[in-house]
Design a protein around this ligand. Structure first.
Ligand SMILES: NC(=O)c1ccc[n+]([C@@H]2O[C@H](COP(=O)([O-])OP(=O)(O)OC[C@H]3O[C@@H](n4cnc5c(N)ncnc54)[C@H](O)[C@@H]3O)[C@@H](O)[C@H]2O)c1
Ligand SMILES: O=C(O)[C@H](O)[C@H](O)COP(=O)(O)O
Length: 330
C-alpha cells in the first residue's frame, strides 16, 4: 500500500494546527508543511504539491482548474475553514478530488463575536484611543467620541450560519434587525424562534441601518456587491463590518465613502488581497479597523477546525463518508 502524503498548505504564519492534531496526522502518513506565496496557483502550485494525496488548505492560495489539471493522485482538499471561494469545486469534482469544509457550529461563535468586537472597537475608536494613551496624550480624550448601539437599526447581509449569530448579538442591543438574503441558510427553526428578525430588500436595509454586517458567502455574482452605487443609498454616517470576504466590497468605493463621511467607519477581517499590502489606505485611516483574517482564531474554534481536518483524513483513508463534502453536493 502506498503511504499517505499530507500537505498542510498556507501562505502566511501558520500556528493553527495543534500539536495533538499534527501527531494524529503523522500516524496516518507523511506530513509536510508548505509555506507558499499567496499568488501561486495553477501549474506552479501543482508542481510543489505533486505526490501528495491529501491537502489541508488555508484561506490562501487558490486551487484553480489549472491546478487540478496538473495535479496527479490528489484525493482530498480538507479546507481548514468554511469559505471555499479559494477552491474550484467543479474542477475538483471533475478530477475526482473531494473537497470538505468545517461544520457550521465550529466557527459560528468565533467569527460572529469577532465581528461585534471589531465593530464596537471601531465605533468607540478603541485602537487609536489606546495608542494615544500609550503615548501619554490623556488630554486628547475629547477627540474619542463614538456612538451607542442600544436602540439603533442593525443590518445583516447574508443570514447563514455566522450572519444568524451576528443578528442574534445585534438583537441584544434592543434595536431593529433587518436582514437581506435571497436564500437564507438559517433554518426554519431559526426564523420561528427569532421572530424579531425582519427580511427586507438590500436597498431598504442600506437606507435604514446605522450598523451593517456583511456575512454573505462569496459567489461569482456577489463580487463587489457593495459598490459606489450601493454606498450612495446608505444612511449618512453608517458603519460597516465585513468579516466574510473582502471581494464582497469595492474597496476603493468604500475608501471614498469613508473619506467623504458617507460611511463613518469600516471594520474588516477579510480583504480582497491578502496579505494586505502595507500601503493599503484602510491600514492608515483611523476610520478603518483591519484585522489579519483572525476571526476564527479562538482556542475553541481552531481546536475544532484541527479536529475536523484530522477526522476528514481518517474518514478518507478508512473509506468512511466525509462530513460537509462540497463535491458530493454538486
Ligand atoms: N473572517 C473569517 O475568518 C471567516 C471565517 C469563517 C467564514 N467566513 C466567511 O463568512 C461568510 C459566512 O459564512 P457562513 O458559514 O455563515 O456561510 P453560510 O453559507 O452559512 O451563509 C452565507 C449566507 O450568505 C447568503 N448570501 C449569498 N449571497 C448573498 C447576497 N448577494 N446577498 C445576501 N446574502 C447572500 C447565502 O444565501 C447564505 O445564507 C462566508 O463568506 C465565509 O467565507 C469568514
Ligand atoms: O473561511 C474560513 O473559515 C476562514 O476564513 C479561514 O479559513 C480561517 O482559517 P485559515 O484559512 O487561516 O487556516
Amino acid at each position: 500500500m502506498t503511504e499517505n502524503k499530507i500537505a498542510v498548505v498556507n501562505s502566511s504564519s501558520f500556528g493553527q494546527i495543534f500539536k495533538e492534531h499534527w501527531e494524529e496526522l503523522e500516524k496516518i502518513g507523511q506530513v509536510d508543511r508548505f509555506m507558499v506565496d499567496p499568488d501561486i496557483s495553477g501549474k506552479d502550485l501543482a508542481e510543489k504539491l505533486n505526490g501528495y494525496n491529501i491537502i489541508i488548505a488555508s484561506v490562501t492560495p487558490n486551487f484553480t482548474e489549472e491546478f487540478f489539471d496538473n495535479m496527479d493522485g490528489l484525493q482530498l482538499i480538507s479546507r481548514h475553514g468554511i469559505g471555499y471561494n479559494s477552491v474550484d469545486i467543479k474542477a475538483a469534482k471533475e478530477h475526482g478530488v473531494k473537497v470538505t469544509i468545517v461544520p457550521p457550529l465550529v466557527e459560528r461563535n468565533a467569527v460572529a463575536e469577532a465581528a461585534l468586537t471589531n465593530l464596537m472597537a471601531l465605533v468607540r475608536q478603541a485602537p487609536a484611543a489606546a495608542e494615544r494613551e500609550r503615548e501619554g496624550h490623556y488630554s486628547d480624550r475629547a477627540h474619542f467620541m463614538g456612538h451607542e448601539f442600544s436602540g439603533k437599526q442593525f443590518g445583516v447581509i447574508g443570514c447563514g450560519n455566522i450572519g444568524g449569530r451576528v443578528a442574534e448579538l445585534f438583537h441584544f442591543f434592543g434595536g431593529d434587525v433587518l436582514i437581506t438574503d435571497p436564500h437564507p441558510a438559517t433554518s426554519d427553526e431559526w426564523w420561528a424562534k427569532n421572530t424579531w428578525a425582519k427580511r427586507v430588500p438590500l436597498n431598504e436595509l442600506l437606507a435604514k441601518c446605522d450598523y451593517i454586517s456583511l456575512n454573505a458567502s462569496l459567489d461569482d455574482d456577489d463580487y463587489h456587491m457593495i459598490d459606489a452605487e450601493a454606498l450612495k443609498k446608505t444612511k449618512k454616517g453608517v458603519y460597516f463590518v465585513n468579516h466574510a470576504r473582502g471581494a464582497l466590497i469595492d474597496e476603493q468605493a468604500m475608501m471614498d465613502a469613508v473619506k467623504s463621511g458617507q460611511v463613518a467607519g469600516y471594520a474588516a477581517d477579510a480583504m480582497e488581497v491578502e496579505p494586505v499590502p502595507g500601503d493599503h489606505p484602510f491600514l492608515h485611516d483611523d476610520h478603518c479597523l483591519i484585522t489579519p483574517h483572525t476571526s476564527a482564531y479562538t482556542y475553541e474554534c481552531l481546536h475544532g477546525m484541527g479536529e475536523k481536518c484530522v477526522s476528514d483524513v481518517k474518514n478518507l483513508v478508512s473509506g468512511k463518508p466525509l462530513v460537509r463534502e462540497l463535491t458530493s453536493q454538486l
